[in-house]
Design a protein. Structure first.
Length: 142
């Protein structure tokens, strides 16, 4: 298995990005765009999925990464719940609801599997900086 060097390479992050794009597409359409509370909340939840994956990946430890993945999964659940509200208010067609719900559910399942994988490999290295050297100038002002 190749080492993932950037969060953008994670399939789950790519799914979350597609989900976020889809949510923004739907919330630009009336009457959804006029429901400011729901519109803003579902947008924040979708962005939270991809942001928590990225933040966790860039974190110091695997346990922090797993914690952020759990938060991302919670946000994916929040998106699914809010999609029901939007659907019940006739903001989404059957097809739009199902397609977007399926993306949020896919992200949730991918997150679950990634969390389980990371828990099974407690000492696995996520990031490698091949050949990178750092220089420190001890005479530089702080």
């Amino acid at each position: 298995m190749a080492t993932i060097e950037r969060f953008e390479e994670l399939e789950v992050w790519q799914t979350a990005r597609t989900l976020t794009t889809r949510v923004y597409e739907h919330t630009r359409q009336e009457p959804f765009s006029k429901d400011f509370g729901l519109r803003d909340q579902i947008q924040r939840a979708a962005v939270s999925v991809m942001s928590n994956i990225a933040e966790g990946f860039e974190s110091r430890t695997q346990s922090i990464f797993i914690d952020h993945l759990g938060r991302a999964r919670g946000s994916a659940g929040e998106v699914r719940a809010q999609l029901y509200v939007a659907y019940d208010q006739d903001y989404l067609s059957d097809a739009d609801f199902e397609a977007t719900y399926d993306l949020a559910d896919k992200a949730s399942r991918q997150l679950f599997r990634l969390i389980q994988y990371l828990k099974s490999k407690p000492n696995a290295s996520r990031v490698q900086e091949n050949g990178t050297q750092y220089q420190v100038n001890l005479d530089a002002p702080e």
